[in-house]
Design a protein around this ligand. Structure first.
Ligand code: HEC
Ligand code: HEC
Length: 346
């Protein structure tokens, strides 16, 4: 080392290098040590006790109290939400009807009027596949729909009302209930007996006149001469819900389509009927649908529905259509001819 300057430079470089290394070491221990500290405390063993202590500042942690993990807190609120959700489905009007105790946003009907036994009845429009199939694309809106959107639709159409806020306790509770109902349904699966039965089309048009005769004989006693139902005025709800008129579902609701109405009543009406024990023939169900859905009811603006006309259901009673059949035939049938023509186009 003849040149003192070169020597100093070398010394400086070595020092920087060492400092760098020390920094790196600190960084590594900084990352590793806290990780080590979080490892589950081990039961002290003789060897651990006799192991050489590193420094005096390392304090034993193994006997200290460990706070429980927050995710193990029982979700009582979830249970309450599910129960409240069921209550809202069964007695909607008590909470959300014209004299509702929480909000006044619907027409006095209950979700349960159409989703029987709080959405659990076989072919009674149950909710078995809601949680397993949503979000999903629906042709009516032409968008991917969430459960919130689907529930909102029934508020605005079937209950001819206003949707509750998507973040409200009520919306959250109904979803929690549907989630619970569908907890054993695997994702993407629609179990047998879900929703409404799709009936075979008649080879004639549905007949409102014949429907009226059956209505008088089998429905009027509960749903009234004018389809007005039997109200419970004190509560703003119904003992027997209306089938038409100002407090009924509007013309944008699912039941306004003949196939849905027929599928609903054939397995569920007169009250007491079931999938196992029908009280109507399918022909009677179609004719009843034609009669009831030819009566006056609230109107809903539907200009944004079914933008893709090829996806419009064949029994949707409002033009325009992707085919040449009349509005009347799309309302009352015969539907088989329309269905066959649709198949041929494909
Ligand atoms: C007037 C009858 C009626 C009432 C009242 C009604 N709905 Fe519906 N709802 C229907 C029909 C019809 C369908 C569509 C069934 C089908 O096409 O298979 C439906 C579908 C649904 C679906 C989608 C089911 C699925 O599997 O895709 C949900 C969720 C729903 N309704 C929630 C509600 C809620 C919540 C209420 C009360 C706020 C309510 N409905 C009130 C008739 C009704
Ligand atoms: C014994 C009384 C009774 C008779 C008879 C009866 N219903 Fe009902 N109907 C009910 C009740 C009760 C509900 C609501 C069910 C619930 O909330 O659990 C209902 C609901 C309905 C609904 C869905 C809700 C609505 O108001 O739109 C339709 C549609 C319906 N009935 C059609 C009919 C038809 C058609 C007949 C005749 C074949 C008929 N019902 C006979 C008692 C009756």
């Amino acid at each position: 080392m003849k040149d003192p300057i070169t020597f100093l430079k070398l010394l400086k470089n070595t020092l920087t290098c060492l400092l760098g290394l020390a920094g790196l070491l600190l960084l590594i221990t900084g990352i590793l040590l806290p990780g080590l500290a979080q490892r589950p405390a081990k039961i002290p063993s003789a060897s651990a006790a006799s192991a050489p202590k590193k420094t005096e500042s390392v304090r034993p942690q193994n006997q200290l109290w460990q706070p429980p993990k927050t995710d193990s807190i029982p979700k009582i609120s979830e249970i309450e939400l599910i129960r409240y959700g069921k209550e809202l489905i069964a007695h909607t009007a008590d909470y959300l009807g014209p004299k509702g105790t929480v909000m006044q946003i619907s027409n006095g009907m209950n979700c349960q009027n159409c989703h029987l036994d709080a959405g659990t009845k076989i072919m009674g429009n149950n909710y078995a596949a809601v949680f397993s199939t949503y979000p999903k694309f629906r042709a009516r809106s032409g968008t991917e729909e969430t459960i919130i959107k689907r529930i909102s639709d029934c508020f605005e159409r079937s209950l001819n009302g206003t949707k509750p806020d998507s973040a409200s306790k009520e919306m959250t509770a109904m979803i929690a209930y549907m989630k619970w109902l569908g907890k054993d349904t695997p994702k993407g699966i629609v179990p047998k007996g879900t929703g409404l039965e799709k009936l075979a089309y008649l080879d004639r048009a549905a007949d409102p006149k014949n429907g009226q005769i059956i209505y008088k004989a089998k429905c009027e006693s509960c749903h009234g001469v004018n389809g007005e139902g039997i109200p419970n005025p004190e509560k703003g709800s119904y003992i027997y819900p209306p089938l038409w008129g100002k407090n009924s579902y509007n013309d944008g609701a699912g039941l306004y389509r003949l196939s849905s109405f027929a599928g609903y009543v054939v397995n569920n009406m007169p009250f007491g009927a079931s999938y196992e024990n029908r009280l109507l023939t399918e022909k009677e169900a179609w004719d009843l649908a034609a009669f009831v859905n030819s009566q006056p009811r609230p109107h809903k603006d539907q200009k944004n529905d079914w933008v893709d006309l090829t996806k419009k259901p064949i029994d949707f009673p409002f033009a325009p259509y992707a085919d040449e059949f009349t509005e009347k035939q799309h309302k009352l049938g015969p539907f088989k001819a329309i269905a066959d023509a649709k198949k041929e186009r494909k």
